[in-house]
Ligand binder design. Structure first.
Ligand code: GMT
Length: 383
């Protein structure tokens, strides 16, 4: 198949999933065309089946905001037409689903039909999408997609709760590539980070408010009072300054390292004893899955798709959002019992294996085939 993929090219979860999916599809022989404003962060190597088309919008003094949607729609029309794409897969509904619909309509005028699949990732529904400033366009454009997928059962429910969706929403979860994410021996790292064999707690996110990174610091502060430990904070974003201030106020700075954006997260997860993800909203929690693949148990909140990923009392523990006291207790209990900790490590890996890219990628391929077959049938009926 010739597949177009539209996504945010940043380190955000939707961009990571879109890029890894594209790379996996290219590996299987499909021709994959990424259409975005910057080369995606994880588009990191040459492959004969991978292509990248940059969207650039002409700047003009009249525009306070360059009209990205118009530039993207124009680029989509161009790429779909000249590369003869079979299907277009857009990740994160805003604004991609609406732009895809616009491109589809333009191409239809020329007798070209391009089926569009929209994958909903989370905040495009739960936070941003349902806001009145976007909701009508989000609902309309999702309904106009030929196929809709959501990354968890919880996100499917949220989508149906917030919008009148007239089509099936197929759940295809996030996935993991075990060639990259698996526990490796990084003892030299461990010695450098925790020279006195302290426990290592890790949090990875884009430091947006929804990630509640301040809760991470409060949990860690309680843990370190009982168990010698270090905290690695990976990623960057708008909350970083507040979090740094909190560490100073609590006097925990000497045990916390801000590592910023890291490409090789798996090398840091290899030395982790616990992963903390106390989010206020989380449709799946790809970062937690990556940690579990590296045999790291999870302390998380119980919102959204997190209970599908982190099984309470098996792969880690879940608590209500903001209940940092309970999260800290769970962390302390697990870290103080080596047998239990090792059991949870093994359980985390076992559960993560369900989300192996080998199982999930064919779900996307089959969905594409279903949508294309439905389109073929529609054409046959019409003629
Ligand atoms: O929250 C992020 O880190 C980015 C965000 C996105 O859409 O780019 O991530 C969402 O999509 C990921 C991939 O499907 C999910 O694993 C995350 O749970 C989800 N984030 C939220 O729902 C807050």
């Amino acid at each position: 198949m010739k597949i177009g993929i539209v996504c945010y090219p940043t380190f955000g979860g939707s961009g990571v999933v879109a890029t890894e999916l594209g790379k996996g599809l290219a590996e299987k022989g499909h021709k994959v065309h990424f259409i975005t404003y910057r080369q995606p962060a994880r588009f990191d190597r040459f492959h004969e089946n991978l292509f990248y088309h940059e969207v650039s919008s002409l700047d003009y003094p009249l525009f306070e905001y360059p009209p990205y949607e118009t530039a993207l729609a124009s680029k989509l029309v161009d790429v779909i037409k000249y590369e003869n794409l079979d299907i277009l897969h857009v990740h994160y509904a805003i604004p991609h689903a609406a732009v895809a619909y616009m491109a589809k309509k333009i191409l239809l005028e020329e007798g070209i039909y391009i089926p569009v699949i929209t994958t909903l990732h989370g905040t495009d529904i739960t936070l941003v999408g349902k806001d009145a400033s976007y909701a009508p366009v989000v609902a309309f454009s999702i309904n106009k997609s030929d196929g809709i997928t959501a990354v968890s059962g919880s996100l499917k429910k949220d989508t149906q709760k917030h919008f009148k969706i007239r089509k099936e929403v197929r759940v295809i979860p996030n996935f993991i590539d075990f060639n990259r994410f698996s526990k490796s021996n990084k003892d030299h790292f461990k010695k450098a980070i925790a020279p006195n064999n302290e426990k290592i707690l890790v949090h990875v996110s884009n430091f947006r408010k929804v990630k509640r990174v301040e809760d991470v610091v409060h949990i860690f502060n309680a843990v370190r009072k009982k168990i010698p430990s270090k905290l690695l904070l990976i990623g960057d974003g708008p909350e970083r300054r507040n979090v740094e201030q909190l560490c100073r106020d609590l006097g925990t700075c000497e045990d916390i390292r801000f590592l910023g954006k890291q490409d090789a997260v798996e090398e840091l997860l290899a030395v982790a004893d616990l992963f903390l993800i106390p989010s206020g909203s989380e449709s799946f929690g790809l970062a937690a899955l990556e940690a579990m693949a590296c045999e790291v148990p999870i302390i998380s909140s119980n919102v959204g798709g997190l209970p599908e990923v982190n099984i309470h009392g098996v792969t880690g523990f879940l608590s209500d959002v903001g209940n940092v006291k309970e999260m800290a207790e769970h962390a302390i209990n697990l870290l103080s019992d080596e047998t239990k900790h090792n059991e949870f490590r093994a359980n985390a890996l076992k559960h993560a294996q369900r989300y192996d890219i080998k199982h999930i990628l064919p779900e996307y391929e089959n969905f594409y085939k279903e949508i294309l077959a439905a389109e073929k049938k529609r054409k046959e009926v019409a003629t």
